[in-house]
Design a binder for this molecule. Sequence first.
Ligand SMILES: Cc1cc2nc3c(=O)[nH]c(=O)nc-3n(C[C@H](O)[C@H](O)[C@H](O)COP(=O)(O)O)c2cc1C
Length: 226
Amino acid sequence: MGTLTPIDAHARSTRHSTISPAILYFGSQVSLLSTVDDEGHPNLAPNSSVWWLGQTAVLGVAARSQTGRNLIANGEAVINLPSVDHVDAVDRLALTTGRNPVPERKAGAGYRHVRDKFAAAGLRPLASETVAPPRVAEFPVHLEGRVVAIHPMGGAESPAEASLLAVELGITRVHVVESLRMAGHANRIDPVRWRPLMMNFQRFFGLGGEAQPSRLASIDEEWYRG
Ligand SMILES: Cc1cc2nc3c(=O)[nH]c(=O)nc-3n(C[C@H](O)[C@H](O)[C@H](O)COP(=O)(O)O)c2cc1C
């Protein structure tokens, strides 16, 4: 075997293969969604499909999860954001569902029914101010919200027929611990102090440090309110 020339080595390191991954979880933020059922009983479920535009959060939720059912039934939720330090509490809720009995496919993958998710995770419920579902007292950020629209995914006619839902949640109140607030600003989070928990192909990660100065960050955050 001859020695690789720099050009060969470059070609090898940038060569792409066509693959068919079963999941496309390339890294996104983890939250615990709290919702309530028809009787007001709270449920808590890990989620890693949220993105934000303006004052709206868009959530990806399985329609037949207890969370999906609760959102369809009464349209209220709290997005509770853990920091990377709360990973253990989130992990304790993995492979659990508020559904009873556990749907067959989930039971086959090792899921079990848990009625009191707060107790199972070792977390305390805290009353919300604008919606019925409680917040997670220990987590540093809570976003209370109401459903604005539910989009059935995959061409389904209605949420009831869909297996996946894209749920638009209009944020009605934001709570944040003092230690995350940016000094000298009434309404800003300090991104250096905020350490979100990320899911990357089913595994948990934190963020690395700041990569480099951001040109976008030259825009004052208040500009986005318009
Ligand atoms: C870290 C993590 C991230 C998850 N992300 C999502 C998600 O984005 N959307 C979703 O529907 N389920 C997601 N799940 C799976 C749900 O939590 C799971 O279906 C759970 O049984 C839902 O609970 P529920 O039936 O009580 O609502 C995730 C699970 C974990 C542990």
